[in-house]
Design a protein around this ligand. Structure first.
Ligand SMILES: Nc1nc2c(c(=O)[nH]1)N[C@H]1C(S)=C(S)[C@@H](COP(=O)(O)O)O[C@H]1N2
Ligand SMILES: [Mo]
Length: 555
């Protein structure tokens, strides 16, 4: 067992571990009615016109069947790996979800505007309630790694597995069209819809329609279900995943708008997960009901007989998937740093080449500004900060030093004189919420010009007056090239007013192409250094050190 200090215990095993699901009643009723209607339609049709006709299954002579059929090795491998990766994605996705246990169709994330929440709590409005306060515990039996505030590790599993998922998907679809197997999945005519309805009427009234042997063909409803999983749910999950990237959304807001906005994309991402799960349940039920042994021989061995080997090997495959969850859990507890590094090894160079090149552009207007903006982080408790705050930060001096030609100490008035700009941008927290605000302050480029970093300065470190979740001062770092991008701001204003205390007064960082935790609040000093490895535990920031977050979170 991993032993925890008091802070970690409080976070990983919070006293309140209740799990509740609340869905907006109008939605629940609407979905319930829609489902009842299609079931009722089936019953009425049978009562009025009788059971619809489904053409008899043609007799198949295996020796002269010319159409695409069977389960070649590549289908069987893709099926197994897809199962492995999708289950991991679902389990790690659930861990990510409960870190901000609310889903919305609006980008402001105002409490009580969510359509579903997986927490028993409503947001208290009479005191400060941070997004971290709102995070929930989820059991390791249903999620990877499944304990509270390990969103860093959950993301490692999600992003490692998404590579496998995409590679398997691309391989599978390429092979489908390289052979004639695609004809088994792609409906050939609109008539298939009518046949699918007829099949549905059978199922909905508790009849099994005449089943074709899946080795040679699928029934219409089955074909549409397989088609949807491969060509709709899979791609949609990937595309909505990308629509949650701050680098993408603050460069191309239209991309998120395709899905109805950044939070609608997150909701759809969740709904594709439900789609996969619903498919899984129905798929497995029907596999068992329509000739389990034969079906298992198809997908495991590629043979078409009634023997037991396919079933036994299939169970072994399922056991392997279950084992992968236990292994993932074990590695998460015992080797979190190794996991973080494994993802970084692949993701860091790839992001430098891709997402990190997108330079954020202001694309929002005053009317987009969110009426509510989730706060995050622990308010500073240091006497020093409290005294500065009490006098309106009149005596505050921002110290900028390290590897620079011209170290400076600047008051808020000095900063103002250096020239301030404003920008309206969307904030993306790693936990999943977003919010749009107007920020005003000094562009980091101007500060860099003033202090003149030495050639060996590669990294800029921002230190906070505030403490981090597990204690110790909060800090984070940026690559020098990123602070030189447009919209990297030392903000002293929010929505046209002086930065409120809870949002980071006197100064906080804005880095619009990255996630919220990079934007240090309550900045005490700035230091130019050779590398992030020289600070803290060397991972690039307090969250990177303690919670295994990414060094470069463009997504
Ligand atoms: N000093 C300090 N800065 C911090 C944090 C923190 O815990 N301490 N949290 C970060 C996180 S996770 C987010 S999402 C943003 C939240 O900014 P907001 O409170 O303005 O929404 O601040 C970031 N800056
Ligand atoms: Mo965050």
């Amino acid at each position: 067992m991993v032993s925890f200090d008091a802070e970690h215990r409080a976070v990983h095993y919070p006293a309140d571990r209740r799990f509740r699901i609340w869905i907006r009643p109008s939605l629940l009723i609407g979905a319930g009615i829609a489902l009842l209607l299609v079931i009722a339609a089936a019953w009425i049709e049978v009562a009025v016109t009788g059971m619809p006709h489904i053409p008899p299954v043609p007799q198949i002579y295996p020796n002269n069947f010319t159409g695409p059929h069977g389960f070649p090795l590549w289908v069987r491998y893709s099926h197994f790996f897809n199962f492995l990766f999708v289950m991991m994605l679902i389990r790690s996705g659930l861990s990510i979800l409960v870190d901000h246990p609310r889903l919305y169709f609006n980008d402001n994330c105002t409490p009580d505007s969510e359509w579903i929440r997986v927490t028993p709590l409503r947001v208290p409005r009479d005191r400060m309630w941070t997004a971290k306060d709102d995070a929930r515990y989820i059991s390791p039996f249903v999620a990877t790694p499944g304990y509270r505030h390990t969103i860093g590790i959950a993301r490692v599993w999600h992003f490692i597995n998404v590579h496998g998922f995409i590679i398997t998907g691309v391989f599978f679809i390429t092979m489908l069209f390289n052979t004639n197997q695609w004809r088994r999945l792609v409906p050939a005519s609109p008539l298939v819809l009518l046949q699918a309805w007829n099949t549905w009427v059978h199922y909905a009234t508790f009849h099994l329609p005449p089943e074709p042997n899946g080795f040679y063909g699928y029934n219409a409803l089955q074909q549409i279900a397989y088609f949807s999983v491969v060509f709709v749910f899979g791609p949609l999950a990937i595309l909505t995943g990308i629509a949650m990237s701050p680098a993408v959304v603050n460069r191309f807001p239209w991309y998120a708008k395709i899905f109805g906005g950044r939070q609608a994309a997150r909701s759809i991402h969740f709904l594709t997960m439900l789609g996969f799960l619903a498919f899984l349940v129905v798929h497995v039920t029907l596999i068992v009901m329509t000739g389990f042994a034969r079906n298992m021989n198809h997908i495991v061995l590629g043979t078409d007989d009634q023997g037991h080997p396919g079933m036994l090997l299939g169970f072994a495959g399922i056991a392997l998937v279950l084992l992968s969850w236990i292994a993932a859990h074990y590695i998460s507890w015992h080797h979190p740093r190794g996991l973080q590094r494994a993802l970084k090894f692949v993701a860091y160079p790839m992001q430098l080449l891709t997402l990190n090149r997108l330079v954020p552009r202001e694309k929002y207007t005053e009317k987009d500004i969110s009426p509510y903006f989730w706060p995050n982080g622990k308010m500073p408790i240091s006497e020093n900060w409290k005294q500065l705050a009490a006098s309106g930060f009149e005596n505050y001096r921002l110290k900028v030093g390290g590897l620079v030609e011209n170290p400076v100490e600047l008051s808020l008035a000095d900063l103002e004189r250096l020239g301030e700009t404003e920008q309206i941008t969307m904030h993306h927290c790693i936990q999943g919420w977003s919010g749009i605000a107007k920020w005003g302050g000094l562009p980091m480029t101007k500060l860099v010009e003033l202090v003149r970093p030495k050639p060996e300065a590669r990294t800029v470190a921002f230190f906070s007056f505030g403490e981090a979740l597990y204690g110790g001062p909060y800090y984070d770092t940026q690559r020098l090239d990123n602070v030189l991008k447009a919209e990297c701001l030392l903000a002293s204003q929010m929505n046209g007013q002086r930065l409120p205390l809870e949002y980071g007064a006197p100064l906080r960082l804005r880095v619009e192409n990255q996630l919220g935790y990079k934007m240090v609040k309550w900045i005490e000093r700035i230091e130019f250094v050779g590398s992030e490895k020289l600070l803290g535990k060397g991972e690039g920031g307090k969250n990177e050190d303690d919670e295994y977050f990414d060094l470069l979170p463009n997504i």
